[in-house]
Design a protein around this ligand. Structure first.
Ligand code: ATP
Length: 328
């Protein structure tokens, strides 16, 4: 659809969380519900993301429904990855549910894939959507941070700090795998913040032989413990550790942090980001600005078309990577 500005006033909105969960999603839902209610809108909660639209799993949300959730991880609306929504037929069913419930527009809280789905729902079936970034990956354009990414980095850091204690005491090499299939954000940030000796990210080619050379040279100078952070999209920690042992003949240990990075009490940064973006999304809908994504850039609300937000984010890792290597 060429014109993304439709002029019909909205009375009722729906809100959903979709894709992987991240801490701060509840704070975003709370902000959407309360800001919308303040502006005289009715709010429907859609359970399990797009799956709830297809299954007609809708609840009514009021100011009180979101009491005491700002500090809770996860999402009270649940979330899911929904195969059927990839099909035009699935999206048609979803649009029919929206219409049946008298929902005029949707706030979609999710990652890249969820944005993609929202864009299709609008372009194919004219369901107006506003998107805000709820994903630990920080891989969405038009925002400096995504909801959940700061908590994920802090959780990884907490684990790295603990591993460093045993790493130093036992004088070992630890390879720690963090989340990030296509994006090295969590790996780079936690490596910088955790004082890791090396980091492998999908954005940069790595040479394991060179890493092993550095480990061996370090040994000669008396450096015996190493922490190497690996983004899951760059390599598998287990395989990297095995190769390091083979090349250096030194013992290695592997820790895969996994899903602990998604949960937990959201950091102040994530709660504030979520709260600001939740209200920004409602503002977009109130102003009949559809198919748009809200983010925060340099402290200010930033709005771009959803089709721009879903283009691959160019994470600048070179300088950070260089710094990590200098400081080792
Ligand atoms: P995260 O970054 O945490 O993985 P995400 O939103 O990117 O979050 P996805 O699993 O990629 O997570 O997408 C969530 C859901 O959005 C999918 O399960 C699907 O229902 C819908 N979706 C994703 N990509 C598309 C697409 N190309 N077309 C239609 N729907 C899509």
């Amino acid at each position: 659809m060429k014109n993304s500005k439709l002029k019909t006033p909205i009375k009722k909105i729906g809100v959903l969380t979709s894709g992987g969960d991240g801490s701060g999603m509840n704070a975003a839902i709370r902000s959407v519900v309360r800001y919308a209610s303040h502006n005289g809108l009715e709010v429907a909660g859609i359970m399990r993301g797009y799956q709830g639209l297809i299954d007609d799993d809708i609840i009514s949300l009021s100011h009180r429904s979101v009491s005491n959730v700002i500090n809770k991880g996860g999402t009270l609306l649940k979330t899911a990855r929904c195969k059927e929504f990839f099909t035009r037929e699935g999206r048609k069913k979803a649009a029919a549910t929206v219409k049946r419930h008298g929902i005029d527009a949707l706030v979609v809280i999710g990652g890249n894939g969820s944005y993609h789905g929202a864009h299709l729902l609008f372009s194919e079936w004219k369901v107006p959507c506003a998107c805000i970034p709820g994903t630990i990956d920080n891989d969405i354009r038009g925002t400096d941070a995504t909801i959940g990414s700061d908590t994920a980095v802090n959780t990884a850091l907490d684990a790295i700090d603990k591993i460093r204690d045993t790493c130093t005491s036992m004088e070992r090499i630890f390879v720690i795998e963090v989340m990030g299939r296509d994006c090295g954000f969590i790996a780079i940030e936690s490596a910088l913040g955790g004082g890791a000796e090396d980091v492998l990210v999908p954005e940069l080619k790595f040479d394991l032989r060179k890493i092993c050379e550095r480990i061996k040279k370090g040994r000669l100078k008396g450096k015996i413990s190493w922490i190497i952070i690996v983004a899951e999209g760059a390599a598998k920690a287990q395989a990297i550790a095995a190769k390091i042992t083979k090349i250096t003949r030194l013992e290695t240990r592997v820790v895969v942090l996994g899903h602990i990075q998604r949960g937990g009490i959201p950091t102040a940064k994530d709660r504030i980001l979520a709260t600001r973006l939740g209200s920004a999304a409602v503002d977009l809908l109130l102003n009949n600005q559809y198919d748009k994504a809200a983010g925060i850039v340099n402290g200010e609300i930033n709005v771009i078309p959803v089709r721009e937000a879903i283009k691959k984010k160019d994470l600048k890792v070179d300088n950070f990577y260089r710094l990590i290597n200098i400081l080792t």
